[in-house]
Ligand binder design. Structure first.
Ligand SMILES: Nc1nc2c(ncn2[C@@H]2O[C@H](COP(=O)(O)OP(=O)(O)OP(=O)(O)O)[C@@H](O)[C@H]2O)c(=O)[nH]1
Ligand SMILES: [Mg+2]
Length: 191
């Protein structure tokens, strides 16, 4: 499947899967800790500056946001986890939205689990990866903000991923400052 990622548009935001677009396309879902760069990754993939709303303050995306990519698939931006902010428990929001999503969405082609290259995997990250393995859902790990680490930190990170049992073939590295780092992600999505 060849996809023109530049032909992207926002479809809708929805608090629950009931009001989601009616499943005519396969979906690629993005999950990850708040502020890891989910919305930024959508913009970088689609070569657009502000298709998805990004913010340096965590907790920005609170709904499922659907983007139509070239009338061939939906990219779905999910709320982040890992912060309790302004009276909103993001972990609860995340698990409610995700339970709803995985129980009702039938066309998940791939889940991208985003992780900050500077950090070790948290409990939440590992829980989600195990959930995806358990449910036999196709996934990949995207290490974001690659520009923030040096070579030796990258080595350390790869070693850490091995130690926690991550399958290396499932790992990609990206940086919004290096547009070419998104090439392999585009290939993976088109597979
Ligand atoms: N240096 C650098 N900064 C990045 C990169 N990706 C994202 N950022 C920055 O990280 C911050 C958070 O990015 P977002 O894309 O809004 O993060 P998010 O995961 O959507 O956050 P929530 O919606 O709160 O869950 C912003 O200030 C981005 O500019 C990257 O590859 N490199
Ligand atoms: Mg966001």
């Amino acid at each position: 499947m060849t996809i023109n990622f530049s032909n992207a548009s926002f479809v809708k935001s929805t608090p629950s899967i009931k009001e989601a677009p009616k499943g005519q396309y396969p979906e690629v879902l993005l999950v990850g800790k708040s502020n890891v760069g989910k919305s930024s990754l959508i913009n970088a993939l689609c070569n657009k500056k502000s298709l998805a709303y990004t913010s340096s303050k965590p907790g920005h995306t609170r709904l499922l946001n659907y983007y139509n990519i070239d009338n061939k698939l939906y990219l779905v931006d999910a709320p982040g986890y890992g912060y309790a902010k302004g009276g909103i428990d993001l972990d609860k929001l995340f698990s409610d939205v995700m339970n709803d999503y995985f129980t009702n969405a039938t066309r998940v082609k791939l889940v991208l689990v985003l992780l900050d290259s500077r950090r070790e995997l948290g409990e939440n990250d590992i829980e989600i990866i195990n959930y995806l393995i358990d449910k036999d859902i196709n996934y990949a790990l995207v290490m974001t903000k690659l520009d923030k680490i040096n070579q030796s930190e990258r080595h350390h990170l790869v070693k850490h991923l091995k130690e926690v049992g991550v399958d290396e073939s499932k790992v990609l590295f990206t940086s919004i400052l290096k547009p070419r780092t998104f090439d392999s992600l585009r290939s993976l999505i088109q597979m």
